[in-house]
Design a protein around this ligand. Structure first.
Ligand code: DX5
Ligand code: ZN
Length: 216
């Protein structure tokens, strides 16, 4: 199995010092930076858009994993690519033409992911799995950091890993929401290999220790 990647979510960072926070997690051993974009429509919260991501980009050498929790994401793909996204993830629930949107991302030369809310079946990916670089399994209802992990998603992670293996597709499966040492171990056992963690990393007294504990 491939190395498990740790992607701290800046949703739980100090928004008044994003540059400093990016340097802090890079030094602490993070693999990716997870950026939660929320529009106040698809989810009941708002964060930041491409302008803030453009401003953050020079402060990190890590890949930017941009999680779009927005309606009509197809209208904004180029803006997020130009802002510095290395991987763009859209929600299946926000995309009536998901195949087109995923291919729109790939045609820009960056990686494409699809996120599934806790109540969305993995069947939404059945005819698309071979085109994806990442599946992002939401283990909380998106919108806020610091919520509790929903254990029912473990079965879904297993099912997605089986679907990917059957398609001969070596994709990454990320899990987002309520990740700590206990839930992190469970999701990796189920077949995930990217751990997104907001409050667990940014709320820890020592980010390097928190990241190392997730990795082990
Ligand atoms: C939730 C976001 C997550 C969030 C996770 O809508 O997509 O990335 O930051 O936060 P924690 O790790 O605190 O659950
Ligand atoms: Zn996220």
């Amino acid at each position: 199995m491939r190395k498990t990647l740790i992607a701290p979510s800046v949703l739980s960072a100090d928004f008044a010092d994003l540059g400093g926070e990016l340097r802090r997690i890079e030094k602490a051993g993070a693999d990716w930076v997870h950026l939660d974009v929320m529009d106040g429509h698809f989810v009941p919260n708002m964060t930041f858009g491409p302008g803030v991501i453009t401003a953050m980009r020079p402060h990190s050498n890590l890949p930017f994993d941009v999680h779009l929790m927005i309606e009509s994401p197809e209208q904004y793909l180029l803006a997020y690519k130009q802002a510095g996204a290395d991987l763009l993830t859209v929600h299946a629930e926000a995309c009536p033409h998901l195949h087109r949107t995923v291919h729109g991302i790939k045609e820009m030369g960056i990686k494409a992911g699809v996120a599934l809310n806790p109540s969305t079946s993995e069947e939404a990916l059945r005819y698309l799995i071979q085109d994806l670089d990442l599946v992002l399994v939401m283990s909380v209802n998106p919108g806020f950091g610091g919520q509790g992990f929903i254990p029912g998603v473990l079965r879904k992670i297993k099912a997605i890993r089986e679907m990917a293996d059957a398609a001969g597709r070596d994709l990454r499966i990320g899990v987002d929401g309520g990740i700590n040492v206990t839930s992190g171990r469970q999701v990796v056992e189920a077949g995930a290999d990217v751990l997104i963690a907001g409050s667990y990393v940014f709320g820890a007294p020592d980010a390097a220790e928190a990241i190392a504990s997730l990795r082990s």
